[in-house]
Design a binder for this molecule. Sequence first.
Ligand code: GRF
Length: 206
Amino acid sequence: MTRDPINRRLGVLVSGRGTNLQSLIDAIGDGRLDASIAVVISNRADAGALGRAGAASIESLCLSHKGWPSREDYDRALVRELQVRDVGLVCLAGFMRIFSAPMLEAFPNAILNIHPALLPSFPGLHPQRQALEHGVKVSGVTVHLVTAELDGGPIVVQRTVPVLDSDTEDTLAARILVEEHVAYPDAVRMVLDGGWKVEGRRFVRL
Ligand code: GRF
């Protein structure tokens, strides 16, 4: 499937402090990324990311995942909030939820996720801890298209960092985070610019 340039209105989904949201806000603000953020949606009312959206005058809302009859129902509600704002690309920025069919079908190859490890190594929770425990000498960040496979979709951008013998989970996470803030705006730009296709599990630029 070949993608033409897509609608540059982003929907950013968050659950936490929102430094990756901030990297997108900053990249748009200083002209490195030609896009706009149509909405920030958090599944947690206490997410620091909501304050960042407010400070940047971006519309935000909290859509709690609790109390829905099923994961599909929650995802359908998310789809409605995104589609009503004409979002073209969904960016998961620390959004701690797994999607079901309604989200994946509404945004085929139009959802990005950022993961603080070099996938396919260390998917899932605590990837920095997994990397340290495994003893790898290099780790990093992956931005990938979201598919039904957890942390398994086509890889758009990866950046690496060294893993030091002296590292703790926190020091490694901090080193990776610096690269996350470069990788995410880069990946969003590549996806929005089009001229790529998905071939098997590969994201290929034409
Ligand atoms: C980041 O490490 C991101 O890679 C992972 O969750 C963390 C979110 O951090 N998916 P922040 O909320 O963007 O600061």
